[in-house]
Design a protein around this ligand. Sequence first.
Ligand code: NAD
Ligand code: UDP
Ligand code: UDP
Length: 338
Amino acid sequence: LYEAYPAQLRRNINVGGKVPLGVKKKNLRIVVTGGAGFVGSHLVDRLIERGDSVIVVDNFFTGRKENLVHHFGNPRFELIRHDVVEPILLEVDQIYHLACPASPVHYKFNPTNVVGTLNMLGLAKRVGARFLLTSTSEVYGDPLQHPQVETYWGNVNPIGVRSCYDEGKRTAETLTMDYHRGLGIEVRIARIFNTYGPRMCIDDGRVVSNFVAQALRKEPLTVYGDGKQTRSFQYVSDLVEGLMRLMEGDHVGPFNLGNPGEFTMLELAQVVQETIDPNAKIEFRPNTEDDPHKRKPDITKAKELLFWEPTVSLRKGLPLMVSDFRQRIFGDQKTGGG
Ligand code: NAD
Ligand code: UDP
Ligand code: UDP
């Protein structure tokens, strides 16, 4: 394992000899792009807890300082307001590249996936850092294979309303593999399936945040289409564990990181009703264009090579998110929040 790390990383491991497998590496300098966002801020918590120095690069497009405020004042933490579409010079050992407008209402017309990824790969090349890309299950498009295995090439509309995101991430994967094969950069690729948890954007239009906020506000749950389309929902702490194992492990990927528990949107609405308000109404709305009919990860590869699998079921994870949303929606009003 020790030999597998670039010289620059070995210097920072801070021991004279080889690092036995399983020993936690400490004192790494790590940049997390998009670290002020939902997933990024949870990852930063774990890295700081492990003893690393973390630089967050974020333009606050959807991220919030509040997600990181508990690290302000820590000398091992730094927050830089910067758009990754512009070049940046940093000296680091690892790059977790999460920056991306990640929800349908935000991701249209944005070059972050391509230009931002290119810049971070350029940075990895210059300083010899290991680079991890957070790709997405959307690379499988509206999949014709179910569940989705990493070897499946996907079914994506290249000119559709979602293609800026789907094709943007597919291009990001291509760039990542080109820098790896052509220039010897150490890379890792995660294909993340739908993830939820505390600190999710409240109004970004994703289904779990919509349903939870709607139920708390006593509004009807908006089910798009017939509600029979499926998704698999992963709790954020499971994802962060998977990302760190991937970064520290010896395998490039891509790896599916998701919870194989599959739910229709109507079933999800039912779990939200059970968790928050059994009287919550359901309202059907027209579905969005190119909506994938089903999605469920095959995680055999991550199980076998990263020794990773999710541990938090939807019924266990949802209440943890609900208390955070309740506090954020009603917290300031001092009304008790229902
Ligand atoms: P998020 O919107 O909460 O976080 C994204 C962060 O990136 C935000 O803090 C935002 O301000 C920042 N950002 C966006 N454009 C930027 C730019 N040009 N320069 C600098 N910062 C920028 O979303 P998230 O759910 O935390 O997603 C994190 C990553 O995981 C994304 O790459 C996303 O594509 C991927 N992913 C997430 C999910 C999910 O269900 N949450 C699923 C698949 C993939
Ligand atoms: N880059 C960056 N920070 C660095 C090194 C590179 O932002 O520390 C950017 C650089 O500006 C370029 C991109 O990453 O736009 C790709 O860099 P690379 O060196 O691979 O390509 P080149 O500049 O040779 O085209
Ligand atoms: N969806 C829904 N009601 C909402 C928001 C979304 O029924 O208020 C549906 C949407 O049509 C899709 C699924 O939920 O079929 C997941 O949508 P999301 O945007 O959360 O994730 P993605 O489509 O990117 O997997």
